[in-house]
Design a protein. Structure first.
Length: 327
């Protein structure tokens, strides 16, 4: 396990550390194109940030700045529950900050993102800022945050990145079932998946196949399980379709004490990293907080790497697990 002590960083400053990407919306309203300017393309996954009424916002901005600086990503994906019983000013400040990084980003909603004094329509507008590499459309497709990013180099699409809305963000009384990716969304995915182009998928709530993946290989390829899988209540055809269309991995948030990644029928299935300590978080077998970010490095040869960046919220001490190569 690599280890680094981070001493200080000025916070709330715009970042652009990577080789650079350019963005355009084309091929229909759901698809953005980003250019791969280097040999690899890096995605930083931030999940379950949970900004709320008690959040020390300047401190958490500094925390995320450290993650972004270390990861140096070309694209950031937020896999749900960025907010939790917050106010409009808190929600606006979070996405103002995300946009200020000057890095293309995508958002998928979690089950807590609508728990605040706002409407779905207001939140949709809030998350769509200058550097958003997605658009929320008013249409008949279930969910709000479904999108595609095509990563191009030399005029060819090298990778695709899919965001899926896994629902469950509107409560019915005091409890609700965990949602899933619907059949209509799977058909939408099949429309935009390109032949012979590898892809990754991101969503908030894990698919039921995560349980089968852990049963098949409990050790996985990276990370640990600190709690059980809180999977979708109903099954989805997404996994089988993703496997048939060459998707290399599907990554979620939702379970704060898990950062485990395994494989099932040739597809990587796993969790990212909880970003910060709000609500609850896990502790690794080595005794440090399971908080930080997950970094995925996409290669032109259709393989990719996974690395977990651990960042302690109190000391800003940084540790690393990986990278591990996924063929």
């Amino acid at each position: 396990m690599k280890k680094k002590q981070v001493l200080s960083l000025l916070f709330l400053v715009p970042f652009l550390f990577s080789c650079g990407t350019t963005s355009s919306l084309k091929e229909g309203k759901y698809v953005h194109t980003l250019k791969m300017e280097c040999e690899d393309f890096k995605i930083l996954q931030l999940s379950d940030i949970h900004w709320c009424l008690s959040t020390n916002i300047p401190r958490q901005i500094e925390y995320m700045n450290l993650l972004v600086k270390e990861a140096n990503p070309d694209f950031i994906v937020i896999t749900g529950d960025a907010l939790f019983t917050a106010t409009k000013p808190i929600a606006e400040r979070l996405y103002t900050y995300i946009d200020s990084l000057n890095i293309p980003y995508g958002v998928v909603y979690g089950n807590h993102d609508m728990q605040g004094m706002w409407s779905t329509e207001w939140m949709n507008e809030n998350i769509m800022r200058k550097n958003a590499a997605f658009v929320v459309w008013e249409d008949d497709l279930p969910g709000e945050t479904n999108w595609v990013v095509n990563v191009e180099k030399d005029g060819h699409t090298k990778w695709q990145i899919f965001g899926f809305d896994s629902h469950s963000y509107i409560q019915d009384g005091v409890s609700y079932e965990y949602g899933t990716v619907t059949e209509e969304q799977v058909q939408w995915y099949e429309k935009y998946a390109l032949n012979d182009v590898p892809s990754l998928g991101f969503l908030h709530i894990p698919l039921q196949e995560y349980i089968l993946a852990e049963e098949e290989n409990p050790e996985g390829i990276i990370g640990e399980m600190g709690e059980g899988h809180s999977v979708s209540t109903t099954p989805s055809r997404l996994f089988s379709s993703a496997k048939d269309h060459g998707m290399k991995g599907i990554f979620c948030g939702h379970d704060h004490a898990n950062n485990w990644v395994g494989t099932y029928e040739g597809v990587a299935l796993g969790y990212g990293m909880k970003c910060g300590r709000e609500l609850y978080y896990g502790v690794t077998s080595e005794g440090y907080d399971m908080t930080g970010g997950a970094l995925y490095t996409l290669h032109e040869n259709k393989s990719f790497q996974i690395e977990h960046i651990f960042l302690d919220n109190s000391t800003f001490e940084m540790r690393f697990n990986g990278p591990v190569e996924v063929k």
